[in-house]
Design a protein around this ligand. Structure first.
Ligand SMILES: NC(=O)c1ccc[n+]([C@@H]2O[C@H](COP(=O)([O-])OP(=O)(O)OC[C@H]3O[C@@H](n4cnc5c(N)ncnc54)[C@H](O)[C@@H]3O)[C@@H](O)[C@H]2O)c1
Ligand SMILES: [Zn+2]
Ligand SMILES: [Zn+2]
Length: 396
């Protein structure tokens, strides 16, 4: 089959690779109809995530048709399914608490050590996201093997097109969980750093959960415009000082909750960000955490920080003192996708959540490398690239 494979920093290729096979009774093989490139994939593209190997198949946002099932899969051939990016067993202690991304059994036994050493405990597996998260082949391919297919995938009713439901695989539940973790109360003002897909879904979700005001922060005018369409007020951090603007907009109090949907590659020419960059390039640090620092300093006393954004390693000058003295709370984590799927599918079917606004480009799988480059180089206009293995390559 054809698949998008990683070969190093800014080097991804569509190669011919072996077809996936059923390895365990609970597996299913899915023929991919739509798969998206995620902001998290850019961390791989930029070479920031350790334990990648040349030839790894990327992709953790995908859906398609069930074409093969193991003896213990509950799926049936021909069903259309969206697959959560988190691989979870459904029956361990953490899955029992619906904390699927903390699953004890998502990683193959021979891959548990890396995460155990770095993070203290292994977490759930992830599709197409390094060997630390299981080394599973991803779904930016014609076919993919889905472990625990009786737990993860959600069956999509007939008549709902792919583009409406594809983002159930990751970014919609991630934006939703981000808003839920912000513990929104009616009347709250919520600030959201980053108007990528996750931030934009967090904006939509925050309003649905009762926020009175949402203030969205980014520097890409097009992304800020999208946030405005959902009712957010906006701050362009290249035009205004964010902390000062937030204080002015909230009568000197600060937002009730701050959502960091930026992550370890914060942009911006700020002193702390430049220092992070130097540390990173000299291997003295791992993450550029400017947005997170700013969120903690701007948040109102007693407020909440929600952090869907991905961070990878050890950080420097994280304002722990401010965090403690102001009495903040922080909730974070990879999304417990399985937990949110039924409710969010309903919200889509009922028209309460719009997802298709986000898709700026649809490309055949063969053009995935161009898709990565576009998404990486032009984040203003390229909000989401969806790859369709079935789409014909346009003639040059
Ligand atoms: N927790 C999870 O399960 C989960 C799932 C999906 C994605 N993520 C993470 O969420 C984050 C966002 O994902 P995305 O797909 O929206 O990514 P994205 O790269 O498309 O968007 C990030 C946005 O942040 C903006 N930004 C950069 N620096 C900023 C700053 N200093 N202040 C304000 N905005 C700034 C960028 O301009 C960009 O628009 C990433 O870190 C991604 O890895 C986490
Ligand atoms: Zn993703
Ligand atoms: Zn589990």
């Amino acid at each position: 089959m054809r698949a998008l494979t990683w070969h190093g920093k800014h080097d991804v290729r569509v190669d011919t690779v072996d077809d996936p096979e059923i390895l365990n009774p609970r597996d299913a093989i899915i023929k991919i109809t739509s798969t998206a490139i995620c902001g998290s994939d850019l961390h791989l593209y930029d070479g920031y995530i350790p334990t990648m190997k040349a030839g790894d198949i990327l992709g953790h946002e995908f859906m398609g048709e069930v074409v093969e099932i193991g003896s213990k899969s509950t799926l049936r051939k021909g069903q259309r399914v969206v697959v959560p990016f988190t691989i979870a067993c459904g029956s361990c202690y953490h899955c029992g608490k619906h904390q699927y991304s903390a699953c004890d059994n998502g990683l193959p036994a021979d891959n548990q050590d890396i995460a155990q050493e770095l993070y203290g405990q292994p977490m759930s597996g992830l599709f197409g996201y390094s060997h630390m998260t299981g080394g599973y082949a991803g779904g930016q391919a014609e076919y993919v093997r889905v472990p625990f297919s009786d737990v993860g995938p959600i069956v999509i009713p007939d008549g709902i097109e792919d583009d409406k439901v594809l983002f159930l695989s990751d970014i919609l539940p991630t934006g939703w969980q981000a808003a839920e973790f912000a513990q929104i109360e009616p009347g709250d003002t919520i600030a959201v750093w980053g108007c990528g897909p996750v931030g934009l879904f967090a904006v939509q979700s925050a309003f649905l959960m009762g926020a009175e005001r949402v203030i969205a922060i980014d520097h890409f005018p097009h992304r800020l415009e999208l946030a405005k369409k959902f009712g957010a007020e906006t701050i362009n951090f290249e035009e205004s000082a964010v902390y000062e603007a937030l204080m002015e907009m909230t009568g000197g109090i600060g937002p009730d909750a701050c959502i960091d949907s930026v992550g370890l590659e914060a942009h911006g020419f700020f002193v702390d960000n430049v220092l992070d960059q130097i540390k990173k390039s000299t291997f003295l640090g791992t993450d550029r955490i400017h947005a997170n620092r700013q969120a903690i300093l701007a948040c109102r006393k007693g407020g909440r920080i929600s952090m869907p954004a991905v961070y990878g390693g050890f950080v420097d000058k994280w304002p722990l003192g401010a965090f403690m003295e102001k009495g903040l709370t922080l909730k974070t984590g990879q999304t417990h996708v399985q937990h949110y799927l039924p409710g969010l599918l309903n919200a889509i079917v009922e028209g309460k959540i719009d997802t298709t606004f986000l898709i700026s480009h649809r490309l055949p799988l063969e053009q995935a490398p161009q898709g990565y480059k576009m998404f990486h180089d032009n984040q203003n206009e390229v909000t989401k690239v969806v790859l369709k293995p079935g789409l014909a390559v346009a003639a040059e």
